[in-house]
Design a protein around this ligand. Sequence first.
Ligand SMILES: [Zn+2]
Length: 543
Amino acid sequence: MLRTAASQSRALTAAAAIAAFLVAAAAASAQEATESKQAARIEAFKASVIGGVEARRKLAQVMNDTVFSFGELAYQEFETSKYLTAVLEKNGFTVERGVAGIPTAWVARWGSGQPVIALGSDIDCLPKASQKPGVAYREPLIEGAPGHGEGHNSGQAVNIVAALAVKELMEREHLPGTLMIWPGVAEELLGAKAYFVRAGLFKNVDAVLFSHVDNEFAISWGQPKGSGLISVEYTFEGESSHAAAAPWRGRNALRAVELMNIGWDFRREQLRPDQRSHYVITNGGDQPNVIPPLASVWYFFRELDFENIKKNYEIGNKIAEAAAMMTDTKVTRKVVGVAAPRHFNKPIAEAVQANITRVGLPQWTDEEQAFAKAVQRLVDGKEIGLNTKVKEIEVPQARPESGGSDDIGDVSWVVPTVTIRYPANIPNLPGHNWSNAIAMATPIAHKGIIAGSKVVATTLIDLLERPELVKEAKTYFTDVQLKDNKTLPLLAATDQPQIGINRETMERFRPQMRAYYYDAERYDTYLDQLGVKFPTLARTPAP
Ligand SMILES: [Zn+2]
């Protein structure tokens, strides 16, 4: 039987289709094989770096407790930076100091080639938050001294331990890539990250993993709860005179401050409810019988987006000018810090979430839970103890919610960035308070750091081994984040880091604080050095 041309061609097509199918199937199974091989490799690498973090528990505890004991205020993190850079240099990192004109800022690098991954975490502490760790009652180590009332003593331990575990693997497996470690200097003043960005610190960086202490194990993408801000100090200059004999000869700078504050407070009613603004009078004159020739007031203007931050800043400037006019004084202003509203990268956040789920929360002991509840009771926080469940990934809210700020926002607009919040503190504390320091040199912090470090290390593996993740992160950054949002510069070209802030306070307390620096050679833990039995739930009554 003769085949017709049509049936012949059908047969050929069918044969070709079968052949094509076989080729495709072979290719697919080859691809599947490659993919499963790659998945197994990533899995093995993650297991290896988790082991590497475990092996560095002691180093993490020593770094955490040491930085806790330094308790240094914004811009004065000299001991902290000296210590951390020494640890990094000892481990093969190259350190560049004095970054962006800030004496306590530095960047440490190791490795070569792409990708370049930057790990950041804050290092400064808070005024008057000195507190003995591990005891569920108020007891400053030194009355009035600064202390880690936010837990910024823990983040570099998280990052450095993760980096060392990953470095060890990269050396063994000859993996290309550059690790960069940097400190959030003066975060409590929103004082450094915008200057780091301006100095080009994040040029050629592919991703930033930022770590921040929390009581939850959590990650978010998009705009999280919170605000951005401009922090600015206004100084009014008048003329002194005898406040009783010749008050009419003076021009009262304190009155200008008061008028500015009254003006701003009256104006609040016409501002968006999302704004947050607050001020402290940093100089109110010298003594009542001298008409104050100089007075200063320090404002934070917070809002949800760049435009509204700038708008409120301009209103503040206008009110300051008006107060100066009313009092025949002169006003100058000095920007103390800025923080852009934050925006976190979706693909990286999703990778982090998978690693958080894998690592899980630390296993807290009954004693640690009892301690957490005792501290919560102490500050009238709800007595829920320590968190035991991993959170779902946090997605952007339909309507952004106002709150605090963090200058990691500035970094998040120049490079794909996420903030990994690791569970190293007790929930339901007031924040920016001595009670937030209580757990920060105890097993609660030590365990939380290890959990956080494992997530940083495993996410580093994702970024090193999955080039498509770095690409997706960039695509989200350019095609979603930068496309849908309008950014405005918050720093003027003339603004400079206010590195002199806190110098006098730190100089006043440092000699006393030195006696409390952690000596890791002599004592296993800082609690041992202080003679604290953990957990101490109540003050021992005097005999
Ligand atoms: Zn912080």
